[in-house]
Design a protein around this ligand. Structure first.
Ligand code: NAD
Length: 279
């Protein structure tokens, strides 16, 4: 049975994945900046007979990340899987964003993943085995207007994962990029990172619903993820509608661009409507 460390394990995709893996008999360590949330998920898993621990971690802190992974290896003898899953959303028209918005999302969504790889990969090389699962997004594969900072970081995670995969293969280490379409988790209702001017121009949930017409249940995504890991997929793009969007973008990018322009018009109208209703 595997030993798995999941960042962002206190909520959404991380919590659902941890819960499912624990049901399958794996031991999960749920790490989150919101340690109370991770405590609650771990306690629920343990209460239903599974093996789970929680840990406080800010993925931006490379030293703390390495110390946590070292502790997991000291306690359990190995680390089989790391899910670099913690992430935040930053959206809104680019002209409204500050330098701090860009820096924050790079620090969490890109450097958080890099820190996880730097912490776990040396152990996996030594073990001659392991699996690194990086959560990107459908926004890492197709244009995502009004979510440009988010899309930028997720494209970086896809590039990092696809490039590391062939490198890591010679050490027996597998690498997967998870690219979900809109999935039912609290991130859809986020107005952006704490302490920075919020995006109250439109709701991310409404934008994504408009773009894709579907919000995927998180338990279904966790099931596809676990199956995709077992099959050692390089990408897991889910649900089907997200896979179709990715295919259409590769086959006929002009169609996707037209839709993206329509989406921007919707967001602008929505912003004007909200402005008028506030006035
Ligand atoms: P979520 O908000 O439910 O969970 C994110 C978790 O990450 C939270 O528990 C949060 O406390 C934690 N976190 C945030 N910053 C952190 C930090 N610096 N250090 C440690 N933990 C931190 O959202 P989610 O949808 O479950 O998001 C998980 C991942 O999935 C993210 O990378 C997100 O970008 C990605 N994703 C989500 C969707 C979606 O529609 N829900 C789609 C594609 C990709």
């Amino acid at each position: 049975m595997a030993i798995a460390l999941i960042t962002g394990g206190g909520s959404g995709i991380g919590a659902a994945t941890g819960t499912l893996m624990a049901e399958n008999g794996d031991t999960v360590i749920l790490a989150d900046i919101n340690v109370e949330a991770a405590d609650n998920v771990a306690a629920a898993i343990v209460a239903s007979g599974g093996k789970a621990e929680s840990a406080a971690l800010d993925v931006r802190d490379g030293r703390a990340f390495a110390a946590l992974v070292d502790r997991v290896v000291a306690d359990h003898g190995r680390i089989d899987l790391i899910f670099n899953n913690a992430g935040i959303g930053v959206g809104g028209p680019i002209e409204d964003l500050t330098a701090e918005h860009w820096q924050r999302i790079v620090d969490v969504n890109i450097m958080g993943v890099v820190n996880g790889i730097r912490a776990a990969y040396p152990h996996m090389i030594r073990q001659g085995d392991g699996h690194i699962v990086n959560t990107a997004s459908l926004a890492g594969l197709v244009p995502s207007p009004m979510l440009a900072p988010y899309a930028m970081t997720k494209h970086a995670v896809v590039g990092l994962s696809l490039s590391l995969r062939p490198e890591a293969a010679r050490h027996g280490v597998r690498v997967t990029a998870l690219c979900p379409g809109p999935t039912e988790t609290p991130i859809l209702d986020s107005k952006g990172p704490e302490g920075l001017p919020p995006n109250d121009v439109f709701s991310a949930r409404d934008l994504l619903m408009k773009a894709t017409g579907e919000i995927y249940p998180v338990e279904d995504l966790a099931a596809e993820l676990v199956a995709g890991i077992a099959a050692n997929k390089s990408y897991i793009v889910a649900p089907r509608r997200a896979r179709m969007a990715w295919w259409i973008h590769r086959l006929v990018p002009a169609v996707v661009e037209k839709n993206a322009i329509r989406l921007v018009s919707w967001a602008v109208r929505e912003a004007e409507r909200l402005d008028t209703s506030r006035a």
